[in-house]
Design a protein around this ligand. Structure first.
Ligand SMILES: [Zn+2]
Ligand SMILES: [Zn+2]
Ligand SMILES: [Zn+2]
Length: 327
């Protein structure tokens, strides 16, 4: 089968999207990642600083979410987008309407109080050219908070000519033209991210894998502890990167260790894991090798009945884990 250009591109770039983004953060000393509004897609997935570093088909918001779960980024609420209930567009505006006839054709002005005589009226009734003059006592109003104070807003409807101080808001969709009330609209959270700490490649990669496995197994009905300590038959306590249990009466136990290396994981993690499972006797033992493990490691794993997953990122790990659990 002929490979698409996308696949070739992905193959060339052996690093995961998250890894590439972390490299970029490290290299350019990026301290925060903020969304930028674009009229077509609103703020969803619109993080220009990130866009050029990940595959074009990647949804950026979930990627940033995933990275923030490792503790590298700290998530902060940046905005609430108003979504049109009819077409889901974020390209909406807020309208302030007359509470009597619902027209958005209103004039907004300020209420002014002349401190000296106590007269209060809308600003335009004080206007005399460039100056403000009290219509009641004829005194000049020169300094705000000294001669006069602004006493609030006052609106007049150009349609029904009624006055009011609090308008009724509604939302107009620029895309489909529908008008919605607050009850009808949907709100969508948009987040910004602060870079908390820069971790080295190996550590951050194994954190992504760890989180992804935990999520996947929990969804599949496993109870997951990570990291986890288990008492062996000898009474010695052993620690694993992850231990998962399933079933109520007779528990099925699966232990998982994650080993990372720049190029090739050696056989030591296999030996270490074997020493632990010899004492703990789990139903399944997995070693996740990122990105690969050497032949010696593979041979020993086969001998010790340790399943090996070789993967470059969390997506590959989960795909193989699915197959292993099916078997
Ligand atoms: Zn006055
Ligand atoms: Zn009106
Ligand atoms: Zn719409």
């Amino acid at each position: 089968m002929r490979k698409t250009r996308k696949e070739e591109e992905n193959k060339k770039n052996q690093k995961s999207n998250a890894q590439r983004l972390l490299d970029k953060i490290r290299r350019d000393n990026i301290t925060k990642i903020e969304p930028v509004y674009n009229p077509k897609n609103g703020c969803t997935n619109c993080y220009p600083i990130v866009e050029s570093f990940v595959d074009t088909n990647v949804k950026i918001a979930p990627l940033l979410e995933e990275i923030s779960e490792t503790g590298v980024l700290e998530k902060k609420l940046f905005d609430k987008m108003v979504l049109c209930p009819k077409c889901n567009s974020q390209n909406t505006t807020t309208r302030y309407n007359c509470p009597y006839c619902n027209s958005f054709n209103i004039e907004k002005s300020s209420l002014i109080e002349h401190i000296k005589c106590g007269y209060m009226d809308v600003e335009q009734n004080f206007r005399k050219g460039k100056n403000l003059v009290c219509p009641k006592c004829g005194g000049r109003l020169n300094r705000a908070d000294f001669d006069y104070k602004k006493a609030g807003v006052w609106c007049k409807c150009n349609n029904c000519e009624k006055n009011f101080d609090i308008p009724t808001p509604s939302h107009f969709c620029r895309k489909c033209g529908s008008i919605s009330t607050f009850e009808e609209i949907n709100l969508k959270n948009v987040f910004s991210y602060r870079v908390k700490e820069i971790v080295d490649n190996g550590l951050s990669n194994s954190s992504f894998v760890n989180i992804a496995i935990k999520k996947f197994l929990t969804k599949e009905g496993w109870k997951v502890d990570s990291p986890a300590n288990v008492n062996g038959k000898s009474g010695v306590e052993h620690s694993f990167d992850m231990v998962a249990f399933k079933g109520s009466k007779i528990k099925e136990t699966m232990v998982i260790d994650i080993a990372t290396s720049e190029e090739m994981v050696a056989e030591q993690p296999v030996v270490a894991l074997f020493a632990k499972i010899f004492d703990v006797s789990p139903n399944k033992s997995l070693l996740i090798a990122i990105p690969k493990i050497n032949d010696n490691g593979k041979k020993m794993a086969a001998l010790y009945k340790i399943r090996i997953i070789e993967a470059k990122d969390q997506t590959q790990v989960i795909n193989q884990l699915k197959e292993i659990l099916k078997a």
